[in-house]
Design a protein around this ligand. Structure first.
Ligand SMILES: *Cc1c(COP(=O)(O)O)cnc(C)c1O
Length: 450
């Protein structure tokens, strides 16, 4: 028997906890992030066994490695089949190059993979006699809809989603305020930062303890772990030779996507290189080159907007994986093993100009439609492979649906169809509450939630 996996803080000043605590606490009190005390292995035979298998089965096999001491296998099977009730298409583009479309979930971005798994995992721990939990989320747009959709209809939970009414698009608002049921949307006459501050204050407010406020924060370990599933699937679905290594290009903003791939690599996925693809927020490619980590403040507003992060939260986990330590401000306390990191990965910066050109050329040459986030990883893959004679098996992540970015596709004269899950959104009747920036008003609202 191997040791049970527990969770430690990357900052090293908080107690080690069990999985349910890491899940519901979200974040250790010392400013670090939770990491597993042991990274389980998938040996070559186990990888062979899931080759060519459907997504939910690959995800179950991989996640079982982390959860075997936490829940019965049939519960995990139920969670993966409920969470992953959508397609995960892989398209061959050219030579041995592919893209994986992670955009077929209800909010048409890859964040659905983690959010839907986390919602059902939290539900597993919620006993029927327990009082309802209230998931409180402040959002600048996409995270709120992914969380609201993930918990929508999940018994034992209510979602309160706060959004800045002047800062989200009409369509983004509709993804939150037309769900109804256990999702309460609140349009606020203030900015995202204020909403975030109000939410953080509410989590610590003793008067609200009875509400069992719960965070579904993006830095929760359970928002990262499920993503290891698709990084294995993008390999096994291509049915490589046993042990054949792959080149992965991964669109990276807050680094959850790519850190999950680094963990897949550590588990035993045969990877030749991870291409860490960023937009002009290139603190990581800069670090790989110079060994100096410089957060980018303020972050640059690139067209791949979900990747506009100048100091990614998950850098703490990535440094930790390579024996280093960095804090949430981006100050390096201990250098990671840079040689090892450079053997496994390459940092690549893709400008907005190149992102535009890539969308255009990939469409013209191959008839394949990419949106800006996927174009960044594709451009990284293209650049990496064009410098080499060999043609290894390779795949790039397409993390959102092109239909969410009509402006970016105007140049190629294509009007992308809306994702299936978003059709009809414009006809649905919105329903929401309105609040100001005032904390006391917000608190009263929460206390009278019925
Ligand atoms: C969040 C997001 C990313 C970046 O993923 P990280 O895990 O933050 O690195 C890329 N593309 C899209 C569409 C996203 O929503």
């Amino acid at each position: 028997m191997q040791d049970k996996i527990r969770y430690y803080s990357t900052a090293g000043r908080a107690p080690v906890v069990d999985f349910p605590e890491a899940l519901f606490q979200g974040q250790p009190p010392d400013g670090g992030l939770y990491m597993p005390t042991r990274i389980p292995g998938m040996d070559p035979e186990e990888i062979e066994a899931v080759k060519g298998q459907p997504y939910r089965d690959v995800a179950r096999a991989v996640l079982w490695k982390f959860l075997r001491d936490e829940m019965p296998e049939q519960e995990l099977a139920r969670i993966t089949s409920e969470a992953y009730n959508f397609e995960v298409p892989i398209e061959h583009v050219a030579e041995r190059r592919h893209i994986i479309r992670l955009d077929r979930g209800p909010t048409a971005s890859f964040k659905d993979f983690a959010a839907r798994f986390m919602a059902r995992t939290m539900q597993y721990y919620q006993r029927s006699e327990d009082a309802e939990r209230v998931i409180l989320v402040a959002t600048s747009g996409d995270t709120g809809s992914a969380i609201a959709n993930a918990f929508w209809g999940v018994e034992g939970f209510r979602v309160v989603v706060l959004y800045p009414k002047h800062e989200v698009s009409d369509r983004q608002a509709r993804q939150m305020n037309t769900l109804g049921g256990n999702v309460t949307a609140v349009a606020c006459d203030t900015k995202f930062d204020q909403l975030q501050a109000n939410a953080i204050r509410a989590f610590g407010d003793k008067d609200l303890a009875g509400l069992r406020l719960t965070s579904a924060n993006s830095i929760n370990w359970c928002r990262l772990m499920p993503q290891i599933g698709y990084h294995f699937y993008s390999y096994t679905a291509l049915e490589p030779e046993k042990g054949e290594p792959i080149v992965d290009a991964v669109s990276s903003g807050n680094f959850g996507n790519v850190t999950a791939d680094f963990i897949a690599l550590r588990m035993g996925k045969p990877v030749k290189r991870i291409l860490v693809a960023t937009n002009e927020n290139d603190e990581f490619p800069g670090f790989m080159e110079t060994g100096i980590y410089r957060p980018i403040y303020p972050s640059k507003a690139c067209i791949s907007n979900a990747m506009n992060v100048g100091n990614p939260s998950n850098m703490r986990r990535l440094f930790d994986l390579y024996g280093g330590r960095i804090d949430r401000e981006g100050v390096v306390h201990k250098m990671p093993d840079l040689d090892a990191l450079r053997r496994d990965a390459v940092g690549m910066t893709i400008s907005d100009a190149l992102t535009h050109i890539t969308i255009q050329s990939v469409y013209e040459r191959y008839g394949v439609l990419l949106e800006p986030h996927g174009a960044v990883s594709w451009a990284a893959l293209h650049r990496y492979l064009s410098l080499r004679e060999e043609e290894p098996l390779s795949i790039a992540t397409e993390t959102a649906h092109p239909g969410k970015f009509p402006e970016a596709l105007q140049a190629i004269g294509v009007e992308p169809e809306l994702p299936e899950s978003m059709k009809g959104l414009d006809e649905k009747e919105p329903s929401f509450f309105e609040l100001t920036a005032d904390y006391e008003e917000f608190k009263e609202f929460l206390l009278h939630l019925s």
